[in-house]
Ligand binder design. Structure first.
Ligand SMILES: C[S@@+](CC[C@H](N)C(=O)[O-])C[C@H]1O[C@@H](n2cnc3c(N)ncnc32)[C@H](O)[C@@H]1O
Length: 214
């Protein structure tokens, strides 16, 4: 049985058993192998890179799962009949790539983990999606946010963009608080609009920390 990193395991935990999954940018296809072995899923592991697909195929063969895990070389959701799948997973990429992949395409259920710009990503996704679950994972000293989303509309508050569903996670909120204070302190005053935004965030996070400590 394959063992996943805490980040990939958190992604797998958000996927129901017996699902049909497309893993965009599968790289090694470890997630797909895990989902097949442990959750009886059927996966389509895709990547834009030929060498990544060759690596994925080697791994799939190693675990004797060639029948269960299919592979495809493609850019994002191009040529994928994504409406026939239960989940589309896009993980380990940046916000701009994720945005490009989802341009003009609205799959029903998404599992998204961006390596950067979580707030911008939320402003983008929340126009068309409801946040169903959100996990914060510390993996190799890096915090990762993993979101499970379903097509639909919902009203969101400022707090949903800044903190999200993990309002009791003191370590994570404190980490964000310290990160923004550092950025704020180093940022020259000429960037006053950015500083005002950061100040608002810092104040909000401080209030959230106080509430947790009560
Ligand atoms: C850092 S790896 C992440 C692998 C895996 N998804 C994970 O979370 O561990 C990013 C992968 O995305 C692939 N990729 C980047 N842009 C892509 C695109 N537009 N369509 C498909 N795959 C893409 C890269 O080739 C690479 O294999």
């Amino acid at each position: 049985m394959i063992k996943l990193s805490p980040r990939l395991k958190a992604i797998a935990d958000l996927i129901d058993e017996n699902s049909k999954v497309v893993d965009i940018g599968c790289d090694h296809a470890l997630l797909d192998i895990f989902l097949t072995q442990n959750k009886n899923c059927h996966c389509l592991a895709t990547d834009i890179s030929v060498s990544c697909i060759l690596k994925a195929q080697d791994n799939i063969k190693k675990y004797d799962l060639e029948k269960e895990v299919k592979t495809m070389i493609t850019d994002g959701l191009e040529n994928i009949n994504y409406k026939n799948y239960d989940y589309i997973v896009i993980s380990g990429m940046g916000f701009q790539t994720i945005k490009k992949i989802l341009k003009n395409k609205i799959p029903n259920k998404l599992i998204i983990q961006s390596n950067n710009n979580i707030e911008k990503l939320k402003y983008y996704l929340f126009k068309k999606y409801k946040l169903v679950n959100e996990k914060v994972v510390l993996d190799n000293n890096i915090y990762y946010i993993i979101m499970s989303l379903e097509k639909g509309k919902k009203r969101y508050k400022y707090d949903d963009y800044i903190i999200g569903l993990n309002k009791d996670n003191y370590e994570y909120i404190n980490y964000l608080y310290n990160k923004y204070i550092k950025i704020y302190t180093k940022l020259p005053n000429k960037y006053f609009l950015k500083k005002i935004n950061l100040y608002r965030k810092i104040k909000h996070l401080k209030k959230a920390i106080t509430l947790i400590k009560l």
